[in-house]
Design a protein around this ligand. Structure first.
Ligand code: DOR
Ligand code: ZN
Length: 347
């Protein structure tokens, strides 16, 4: 621990986020807009965001939910399907609607039913993206039911990602929400076009958290938390100072009733205290001086976007995370519910 009491950094961005739509979206947007200047918004709505028009309309709905007096820029993504046309992606990118495109292997997670069944099917679109410098964001898990759920990320690297990086080295790839030492080793060993986001939950919890004294649906997300050895590898990567790792919360709100159910949804809602949560990790690792790079510099540098000039201040002060947030259209249990965090974002 440190006796530092103030942390002043460039305003951070969230490079992986779920906003949903409708009333739930309007309820959760302010939490992110308060903490971050920009966020990469996931397209796994129902129906998914596959066209430039749908991306632009969704962006407008998000912007309308940003509280007055706050500047926040949603960066939109296209949802890749087997039928994706590279020209549509290129048009969206040229019109500054789509910052990137997201690859969900079909049936890997929430809202992925229309995802890609084989990367072979989207190779022409990916080649097009490589040509125009549009990043590919990957949910890196195989969906084969014979593969153990805790091995799905490692097997995805082996079966799919290694080949893709070899075949298309010029394509910028963000390996999203990595959860394993295998992913860290892969990203470290890859060239400068491969980077990764890391969520707060995968830095804080290992798979035991899902089974502490009973089944704990609020610790369940996908990719699922892994063994302790993997959590430690992620903490080392995030706090290493390497430019390949950056902040991506994967904040994914689901109503309490949908989490606490016989078939509970995957997703952890961490948006309200995301910076506080990450700061705890950097402090515990004795790496507070490297927090700004992870939160505010590595992401924009990888995406080729300007760094934010505005600054934020985190101050040393205890903050108790509520057990439940009763929002319009959504009752949600936040990450760290009931816990005390030791840093607080200064308003
Ligand atoms: O836990 C998750 N929730 N992982 C995902 O990949 C999707 C997300 C969601 O949309 O709920
Ligand atoms: Zn996600």
């Amino acid at each position: 621990m440190t006796d530092q009491t103030i942390l002043s950094i460039r305003r951070p961005d969230d490079w992986h986020l779920h906003f949903r739509d409708g009333a739930a979206m309007r309820s959760v947007v302010p939490f992110t807009a308060k903490q971050f200047a920009r966020a990469i918004v996931m397209p796994n709505l129902s129906p998914p965001v596959t066209t430039v028009e749908a991306g632009a309309a969704y962006r407008d709905r998000i912007l309308a939910a940003v509280p007055e007096g706050i500047t926040f820029t949603p960066l939109m993504t296209a949802y890749l399907t087997d039928a994706t046309d590279g020209n549509e992606l290129a048009r969206g990118h040229a019109e500054a609607v789509f910052t990137a495109a997201k690859l969900y292997p079909a049936h890997a997670t929430t809202g992925s039913a229309h995802g890609v069944t084989s990367v072979t099917n989207i190779m022409p679109a990916l080649e097009h993206m490589a040509q125009i410098g549009m990043p590919l964001l990957i949910h890196g898990e195989v969906t084969d039911s014979h593969v153990d759920i805790f091995d799905r990320e490692a097997v995805f690297i082996e079966r799919t990602l290694s080949k893709l990086v070899r075949d298309l080295p010029e394509l910028k790839i963000v390996f999203e929400h990595i959860t394993t030492a295998d992913a860290v080793a892969f990203v470290d060993a890859s060239g400068p076009n491969v980077a990764a986001t890391i969520t707060p939950q995968h830095l804080h919890i290992n798979r035991n958290a899902m089974f502490t004294g009973g089944i704990r649906p609020h610790a369940y997300c996908l990719p699922v938390a892994k063994r302790e050895v993997h959590r430690l590898a992620l903490r080392k990567a995030a706090t290493s100072g390497s430019g390949k790792y950056f902040l991506g919360t994967d904040s994914a709100p689901h109503d309490k009733s949908a989490k606490e159910s016989a078939c509970g949804c995957a997703g952890i809602f961490n948006a309200p205290f995301a910076l506080e949560s990450y700061a705890a990790v950097f402090e515990e690792e004795g790496a507070l001086e490297r927090f700004e790079a992870f939160a505010s510099e590595n992401g924009p540098r990888f995406y080729g976007l300007p760094l934010n000039e505005e600054r934020i201040i985190l101050e040393r002060a205890d903050i108790v995370v509520p057990e439940l947030l009763a929002l319009e259209g959504l009752n949600v249990v936040p990450f760290h519910a009931g816990e005390t965090l030791r840093w607080r974002l200064k308003a």
